[in-house]
Design a protein around this ligand. Sequence first.
Ligand code: BTN
Length: 329
Amino acid sequence: MQLTELLARLANGEPLSGVGLAEQAGVTRAAIWKQVEALRARGVPIESRGSAGYQLPWALQMLDSTRIRASLPDAVVDSLGGLEVHWELDSTSSDLQRRAGEVPDLSFVLAESQTAGRGRRGRPWLSPPGLNIYLSCLKRFESGFAALSGLSLAVGVVVLRALDELGIGGAGLKWPNDILVHGGDGFGGKLGGILVELSGEYQGPCAAIIGIGLNLRLTPALHEQAGQPASDLAALTAGMPPDRNRMVAALIKSLVEGLRQFEREGFPAFADDYARYDLLRDQPLRVSGRSGEFDGVGAGVDARGALQVRTADANLRRIDSADVTVRRT
Ligand code: BTN
């Protein structure tokens, strides 16, 4: 039995006996056990229930391109260059990058799991199957790289708009493009991340590969492996995260509309929404970049998406790239 089929059978959250699974698949119980172990090794929390067999702690939905399309308005479906769902890829963004010359504009690639998911600054992105969302989109632009400043911040707004549309509140943006949960006294953990990679001609035309990772369900083991405070949509929805296919559809709709808007109007069209979701505004910050470290207070972003930080001498410094942490006072 393939891993994808085993996970699909367990997806409704009911227990399934090893004997039953083995009979249906015409294999031995040991072969089923081996596949269960393979899914566990990838991070799926399959529990053993004695003679009742194997069970997931909750139901999940396998990604399904037909269901995703069915949840999209016709106008969005008509604009899609492609929509692929894979069981496993090294990385949805690397996959699109390898085919960037061939695939149409607004092509979307999703995978149930990634073996080499990439975060910003070369960090790995944990990508167990069935639990979260790993989505990449290719968008072509006639303009050059300069017109795309602020694109990754705009994508953060696009993700928050998709969450809003599903009635999920409680998330915000940490510059440049972390999606975080509001904590009681500041930030909760990281809910998702955005990786925008540009290719093509500096003066245009060019293409952006936009990768989005969004946590729906993290397990205790994944929290530990994340190496930083992490959170998931289950935490924002009293343990009832949205159907994964509906969440993906909301992201795709918001991306198609948002990327068109960005193409026409640039980052200024997103500035008000960014300000609404900005978790760094008025926070005491420590900024560490190539030119050293300094402290200040978050003062929003400028029209290009650069972070503004007010220093103790009342200067406003603009930062294009740096690590920013909130100082505990
Ligand atoms: C970050 O470091 O915060 C950015 C994480 C981006 C992860 C997504 S998951 C889909 C796409 N494929 C990847 O390999 N990375 C991005």
